[in-house]
Design a protein around this ligand. Sequence first.
Ligand code: PMP
Length: 400
Amino acid sequence: MSRPVQARRLEGIDKNIWVEFVKLAATYSTVNLGQGFPDFPPPDFLKEAFSRAVSGEKHTLHQYTRAFGHPPLVKILAQLFGKLLGRELDPMTNVMVTVGAYQALFCCFQAFIEEGDEVIIIEPFFDCYEPMVKMAGGTPVYIPLRPKAPKEGKLMSSADWQLDPAELASKFSEQTKAIVLNSPNNPLGKVFSRGELELIADLCVKHDALCISDEVYEWLVYDGKEHIRIASLPGMWDRTVIVGSAGKTFSITGWKVGWTVGPNRLLQHLRTVHQNSVYHCATAAQDAVAQGFQRELERYGKPDSYFVQLPRELQQKRDQLIQSLVAVGMKPIIPEGTYFLVADISEFKSEVPDVPDSDEPYDSRFAKWMVKNKVNLPEDATLKAADDILQRWKLEKAAP
Ligand code: PMP
């Protein structure tokens, strides 16, 4: 029994931060502040659409549908993204539905990356890009967003984190097959500006590289900022796959409906991966999401659109959380989008028991310590709970 059972491609990618933190949160019966999901219900129109799909007359909605996407969903996605990108899209060849954005990403890396290929990843990044590139045989090449000091007395914003153009250019080479762009970015909440996207686009065109554009937080943008789609920039449509998620769009992360939008020359290869792995996604959930998009398309840009209301609500929660974090001595980086918030915790160094001989980074130890010692509330509260926890903590700290 000396032969390894696992394939070599699994080496070094067995650990997963979410698996670790979900377990920690469950063990200590606490709020899960790690994974990004809403602590509020999805909109009624979507829940009703799902109920209609499963309890209505159309029994076919309980059966397999088209492998690359339920026709009503790919049609409405083609219509919406056609409008957003200013080009005619074919629902059958320019759109593919996936099991969440996660599977869309997996299809991209499996379809495009092979041994020897390099993939540029902008730091800090959503953790799965790295193992997915490695599993496909590629090599991740990292480029950091570097912080600029904020103005005197001001909190830092995610916009203060920027790419150094020369450093970015130096990462592109003959081996570069693709760059992963995630705007709005998890975890900083950075919304890339047009200038930053043009910089990336020019390098992609120059080096004939692809762009895997993870835009799952496209509707969660605050302070009147605009989400710009890199695929709309000159020379980019042909080399970009847009990755999206109904989970983030309609606050239904558990439904796991995602999609890719792009040119057929790229999507045809995603279809090959998809038909040889997942093949087909849950029909009723796709049907309900299609109805949700139909509603949104009719209300596009209007005050009663969910895409207008959701960011407004989340922006208020963001501001509340920022206040709480500041009140306890953390220095939050104000996110321009997403439901993530990164904070400078260096003030707390003395509070976390030191772990001798540990090479685990301080921020990781701090987060675990906080889950074990400070975050002790019922399961389903998140932002509200975080606020309460921090207020309590502040009182504790102030107590003699
Ligand atoms: N990309 C990013 C940047 C994410 O944050 C997430 C979920 N946290 C995903 C992709 C995966 O989305 P889904 O739940 O639709 O698979």
